[in-house]
Structure formats: structure tokens, C-alpha cells
Design a protein around this ligand. Structure first.
Ligand SMILES: [Zn+2]
Ligand SMILES: [Zn+2]
Length: 130
């Protein structure tokens, strides 16, 4: 027989799972790197602290990527495909790009090393900024 506590606990867990799923779905729907505040704007029913905590949790579980690209706060991204980033120092916009990873690994020329993950962050400025 389920105790009242167990029922309450499972109810709380279900609510937590729903919140988690809502946060993850919001991130999946946007092909972009978002700050916790931007995720909060997509899921306004979940408070910012909970969103931040869950984003950190997802990142620790490698479900999403935590990116520290510029001077601003960390951004979180669900990567539909692994890719690299270029960030503009003027407008802080992020360019998401893929590159032939095998070629990069060859160019790096690291010996006796098995590359599990390759992530390039390029810093610069849009040519349109004069
Ligand atoms: Zn720019
Ligand atoms: Zn990206």
C-alpha cells in the first residue's frame, strides 16, 4: 500500500520531470545558445533559479552544452549535431558552424591521443563592424 508520503513524493517527482522536460523542449526547439534568462522567457511558468539549476544538471549529464563564449553569462545549447562557434566581440552574436573534424585533428598533430570531443571557439568581429 502506498503511503501518503510516497504519493506526495511521486507527485512532486512528476511535476519536477514535467518542468525538466519543458526546459529541455524549449532548448531543443531553438537552434541557438540561450542564457538561463532567455530559457526563462520561453518557459515563464518555471522560476529562473529552477531553470538555472536544471540547465546545470543537463550540462553535467551531457544532454546539453554549456558555453562560455564571451564576457556575458553562460549560454546553454541543445546540439542537434556537434558543431563549433565563432563569437563576435562587438555584437556578441554567435555563429554556429561545422567543420571537417578529421582534418582539424590531422592539423593539430597531437600524437598518441584519441580525440573524443573537439570543440572550436573562434573569437573575432563581423566584417560589417567598422
Ligand atoms: Zn558582430
Ligand atoms: Zn551552437
Amino acid at each position: 500500500m502506498l503511503s501518503l508520503v510516497a504519493i506526495l513524493m511521486s507527485h512532486m517527482e512528476t511535476r519536477l520531470t514535467k518542468k525538466r522536460q519543458a526546459i529541455l523542449d524549449a532548448l531543443k526547439s531553438k537552434k541557438a545558445a540561450l542564457s538561463a534568462a532567455e530559457v526563462h522567457a520561453l518557459v515563464p511558468t518555471v522560476d529562473l533559479a529552477t531553470i538555472y539549476r536544471n540547465l546545470e544538471f543537463f550540462a553535467s549529464q551531457k544532454l546539453i552544452k554549456k558555453l562560455q563564449l564571451g564576457t556575458q553569462e553562460a549560454r546553454f545549447e541543445f546540439q542537434h549535431e556537434p558543431h563549433h562557434h565563432a563569437v563576435c566581440g562587438q555584437c556578441e552574436k554567435v555563429i554556429h558552424f561545422t567543420a571537417p573534424d578529421q582534418k582539424i585533428i590531422e592539423l593539430l598533430g597531437i600524437k598518441n591521443f584519441y580525440v573524443e570531443e573537439l570543440e572550436v571557439t573562434v573569437r573575432g568581429n563581423h566584417k560589417s563592424h567598422v
